[in-house]
Design a protein around this ligand. Structure first.
Ligand code: GH3
Ligand code: MG
Ligand code: MG
Ligand code: MG
Length: 309
C-alpha cells in the first residue's frame, strides 16, 4: 500500500492534501504526525473552520470527528456533500462514538469509512491510504479526459465542468465570480510568418504563462479553442480580476516571443475581456462567458495588448 501511494505521489508531483477536523488538539497532533510524511496536512478544531479550509484548499481526503463545536461531523459532511466543489472529496469519520447507529448514519451521509477511537496507527494508515489511492487514481483518469492535448490546460469539457461547479458555489454563497476571455493578438500572422509548428510552440508557452499567473486551487485556466483561452476565478470580484488580467498581459509581453508582423507590439501579446458577477441564478454561467467575450471584442477594438472590462 505504501509503495502504491508513493508511486502516485511521484507521478503527480505533489503530496495529497489531508484535512483533519477534531476539537481535541492532541488528537490532531497525533494524526498529523502519522500522515505528515505522506500528506500535506491541514487541521481544524471545529466544523465551521473545517468547511472553510475544505473550500479553500480542496483536500483529497477529510478525516472527521463527530463531536465538535459550532458544526458537528454529521452537519459538516452534509454541507460538504451538498456543495459541488467538495461533494466528491472522500470523507472518513474518526470518532469515539462506536455505536452501530452512528456508523450507519455516517455511511448514509456519504462517508467512505468509519474508524473508531482509540485508533490503531497502522490500521488507520492503511485505511486512509486505500481511500487516498482510489481518489488520486480516479483524479488522474478524470483529468486526462478534461485536458487539452497541446497545452495541458483544461479543455472545453474541463472548463464547462468546473465553471458549472464553481458558479453554483458562488451562487449559493453570494460570492463574486469572474471570467477572463483571452485571445492572442494577430496570431494568424504569427503562423503565416513562422509556420504552424512554431505557432503551436507559441501557444504552449502562452498557456504555461497564463497558468502560472493564477494562484488559487479553484482558479481554472482552459484552452477555449484555437488561440483563445478562458480563465475562471471564483470568489474573485471585478477589481481583483482586472489585476489578474493586467498581470497576464504583462507576463505574456515579458515572454518576449518575437512577432515582427504584429501591429500591437514587436512581441506576442494578448487581449483580454473581463466580466464579473455575483450569480443571481444557478444557470447564468454561459452569460458571464458571453459578457467576457463581448469585452474581449472591445479590447481588440481598443488596440489589443490590454484588457477591457
Ligand atoms: P486578432 O488579433 O484579431 O485576434 O487576430 P488573429 O489573427 O489572432 O485572429 P484570427 O481569429 O483571425 O486568427 C486566429 C488564428 O489562430 C487562425 C488559426 O490559424 C490560428 N490557430 C488556431 N488554432 C491553432 C493551433 O492549434 N495552432 C496554431 N499554430 N494556430 C492555430
Ligand atoms: Mg470531538
Ligand atoms: Mg481568436
Ligand atoms: Mg487572435
Amino acid at each position: 500500500m505504501h509503495s502504491k501511494i508513493e508511486q502516485l505521489i511521484a507521478q503527480i508531483g505533489t503530496k495529497p492534501k489531508l484535512l483533519i477536523a477534531d476539537d481535541v488538539p492532541a488528537n490532531i497532533i497525533m494524526l498529523g504526525e502519522l500522515f505528515q510524511d505522506t500528506c500535506q496536512v491541514y487541521m481544524a478544531l471545529d466544523g465551521e473552520k473545517a468547511f472553510e479550509i475544505a473550500m479553500d484548499v480542496l483536500p483529497d481526503l477529510i478525516l472527521l470527528d463527530i463531536n465538535m463545536p459550532k458544526m458537528d461531523g454529521h452537519q459538516l459532511i452534509k454541507k460538504l456533500k451538498n456543495t459541488p466543489a467538495t461533494s466528491d472529496i472522500p470523507t472518513i469519520f474518526l470518532t469515539g462514538n462506536n455505536d452501530i447507529e452512528s456508523e450507519e448514519n455516517a455511511f448514509d451521509e456519504g462517508a467512505v469509512d468509519f474508524i473508531t477511537k482509540p485508533i490503531h496507527a497502522k490500521v488507520t494508515k492503511a485505511r486512509v491510504f486505500t481511500h487516498l489511492v482510489n481518489k488520486l487514481q480516479s483524479d488522474l483518469l478524470r483529468r486526462a479526459t478534461l485536458l487539452d492535448g497541446l497545452t495541458g490546460l483544461y479543455n472545453r469539457l474541463g472548463l464547462n465542468k468546473y465553471l458549472e461547479v464553481f458558479y453554483l458555489d458562488c451562487f449559493r454563497e453570494k460570492r463574486p465570480i469572474s471570467v477572463l476571455m483571452i485571445d492572442v493578438d494577430f496570431f494568424k500572422r504569427y503562423n503565416d510568418h513562422f509556420g504552424h509548428l512554431q505557432g503551436d510552440e507559441c501557444l504552449k508557452q502562452v498557456a504555461q504563462s497564463l497558468n502560472l499567473s493564477v494562484k488559487r486551487p479553484r482558479d481554472i485556466v482552459s484552452r477555449f479553442g484555437g488561440e483563445e483561452f478562458c480563465c475562471v476565478l471564483s470568489n474573485c470580484d471585478l477589481f481583483a480580476a482586472e489585476l489578474v488580467a493586467s498581470r497576464m498581459c504583462e507576463e505574456i509581453r515579458q515572454l518576449a516571443l518575437p512577432h515582427p508582423d504584429s501591429e500591437a507590439a514587436e512581441v506576442v501579446t494578448i487581449s483580454i475581456g473581463v466580466a464579473s458577477t455575483i450569480p443571481e441564478s444557478r444557470q447564468d454561467a454561459d452569460k458571464l462567458v458571453g459578457k467576457a467575450d463581448e469585452m474581449l471584442y472591445l479590447a481588440k477594438k481598443a488596440g489589443r495588448n490590454s484588457f477591457y472590462s
